[in-house]
Each structure stands twice: as C-alpha cells, then as structure tokens.
Design a protein around this ligand. Structure first.
Ligand code: DP6
Length: 331
C-alpha cells in the first residue's frame, strides 16, 4: 500500500489560458498568469494497492462514476503509475473546501492536489517544475496552483517546456484581495474545456485574442514588478473581456454571462467612477471576481453588499503553494 495526501489552493487567472495547441498533452496556445487564493482549496488523499481491483474516486464523500467524471483523475493516475513503474489500482478521496455551496469547486486545486498526493504516495520526488508539468496534464490551470501568490504558466512548445513558475512580486500579493461575487447560475453550463475548444476551432476573433494575450502578459508582469495596482487592474479586466469576446464570435456563439454577471460588472464600473480601486475578471462561468487592494477590501465588500447578499460574497487573499499532508495510514 502506498499512501499520499496533499492540499492545494485554487488560483484565478488574471491573464487567461484560453485554448489548447495540443489537447492530449494540454499544451496551451498562450501563456497565462494567476493569483493563488486562500479561500478555496482541495485536500486529496490517494492510496495505491495491489488489493484494489479498479480505480475509485470519491469527491466530497460521493463515488464519481462514469468515464467523464473519472477522465482527469484517471489521466494523472495512469501517468503516476507509469512513472513509478507499478500497475496497482488506486482509491482517491478528494474534499473541496469552499466557503459556500455555490459550485465554486475548481479543477485547478483538485488536480494540483491529486498530483501532489501521487507524488507523495509513490515517492516520485518531483521538483516544483516537474510537479507543475505533471498537474498540467490533469487540468491546465492546475499547473499554476503549485505555487502561492502570482504564477506564470509559460506556454512552451512541448511537454518538457510547458509549466508554471512563481512570479516574484516582493510580497506585494499580500497587499491584494479578491472578492468573489457568486451569481445565480441558471444558465446551461459549457465547461472551460469544451468552451475553449469550440473557440479555437471556430471563433473569428481567436487569432486576435492570441496576439492580445502575449502583449497583456508582458503588461501584467511589468505592473506586478512596479507594484502598480491600476496598471494591473486595467490589463486584467481588458484581458478577461477579450477572452469573453471570442465566445461571441464562435460558431455556434455562446456566452458565460448572465444578467447578474452584468450587474456585478456595472457595479465595479460604478465603484471605480466613485474613486474606488477595483477591477473585475471572469472565467468560464457567470461568477465575477473583483481584484482590489487589501486595505480597501472591507469598504468595497460593504459597497457590494448593497447589491448582493452576504452568501454571494467571499473575500479572499493570496494563498499558499501546494502542501504535503500526513496520511492517516502509515506507509
Ligand atoms: C477560463 O484548466 O479548467 O479558467 O485544461 O481543459 O482542464 P482544462 O481547462 P481549465 O481551464 C481554465 C480556463 C479559465 C482560464 C484560466 O484559468 O486560465
């Protein structure tokens, strides 16, 4: 029996990963940049044993059945077994820690935690770079959750050269906050995996997105180096809007926005006009995330409370990198 356990925090992309050059290896079309956050994380334990007759995956206590639900997990388990030279099946227990039950579970923290747990269980001794590369093959965004604070996923052009690295901000990340506005999601869900594929294949704006993303990442890194909040805010908000514009020019067109997303975006514009320091970003769903300086976060939170209920708002700060945890059963 080989056991391992790890905790990984989720990350939110400030400059988005949107499109794959190689869907099998998960090589991205563009580099991306994220902030790891403290409010959401996943703890995952894995045990490999000759006594098991199949791979089993429990998420928050519930057995996940069917190829689709197992897809990302199976991929990492197979890669881990290959690397360790074993054939044992595995049992995975994963718990998402989210402050509300609003469907904010993330594949970034989930697949990063599984990668870390496999690394422990099979004593793979992966460096951070190797662990990032391994997590990437479960879910692209997971490769950034290996690190705390800011991380850049350098797109690379092969399995070897595509991984995330920390972006040194001289502790500036600890002066920032992100407020999640959890909107009611009644819209039909298109996963990020399917959404980005449809966009790469059909969107008229996709090439322009790629050009913009390369420039935006440089601007964002400069803003971080200069600790310039407004420069960072402007580029992350514009980058998110450009990503979402590609979906409108896809065939068939689609959008992740709901009326509540627009309400949240307009509220951010309004607060900014009133002198507040805040900018938004959105991922492949209707929730809106507001980046602001930590010192202003309580005031901004209070302002948002005028429009959204307390259950819809979550205040987060910069989170830590992946951690190994003690397993209950000794090796
Ligand atoms: C919009 O990492 O979930 O959140 O690699 O197919 O598992 P797969 O996709 P995933 O995509 C995340 C897309 C995004 C932007 C980002 O996190 O960079």
């Amino acid at each position: 029996m080989h056991n391992g356990k790890a905790r990984a925090f989720t990350n939110i992309a400030l400059i988005k990963y949107w499109g794959k050059k190689d869907p099998k290896l998960i090589l991205p079309m563009n580099s991306s940049l994220s902030l790891t956050l403290d409010a959401f994380y996943t703890e995952t334990s894995v045990s490999f044993s000759k006594d098991y007759t199949e791979d089993l995956f429990y998420l928050d206590g519930y057995l996940q059945e069917g190829e689709k639900k197992m897809q990302k997990v199976s991929r990492l388990l197979n890669l881990a077994r290959k690397q360790a030279g074993i054939y044992d099946h595995a049992v995975v227990h994963s718990h998402n820690f989210v402050p509300t039950a609003a469907g904010l579970a993330s594949s970034a923290s989930g697949l990063a935690a599984l990668a870390g747990a496999c690394n422990e269980a099979l004593a793979l001794n992966l460096s951070s770079t190797e662990l990032s590369r391994f997590a990437r093959k479960g879910s692209g965004s997971a490769c950034r959750s290996i690190y705390g604070g800011f991380a850049e996923w350098k797109k690379g052009d092969s399995d070897q050269t595509s991984f995330a690295l920390p972006v040194d901000a001289n502790q500036w990340e600890n002066e920032l906050a992100m407020i999640f506005i959890i909107t009611n999601d009644k819209a039909k869900k298109i996963s990020s995996r399917n959404g980005m594929q449809q966009t790469v294949e059909t969107s008229l704006y996709y090439n322009d997105w790629l050009k913009a993303a390369e420039a935006d990442i440089k601007t964002a890194k400069n803003a971080i180096a200069n600790q310039d909040f407004h420069a960072l805010g402007e580029v992350i908000e514009a980058n998110c809007l450009k990503m979402h514009a590609t979906t409108l020019a896809a065939t068939p067109p689609f959008s992740y926005w709901t009326p509540d997303s627009l309400k949240a975006m307009n509220k951010v514009y309004e607060m900014r006009q009133n002198g507040q320091n805040c900018y938004f970003t959105m991922d492949a769903g209707p929730n809106v995330k507001v980046l602001c300086p930590k010192k202003d976060s309580q005031k901004i939170y209070n302002d948002l409370q005028k429009e959204f209920s307390e259950q819809q708002l979550v205040l987060a700060h910069a989170g830590k990198g992946i951690e190994s945890l003690e397993t209950e059963v000794s090796k």
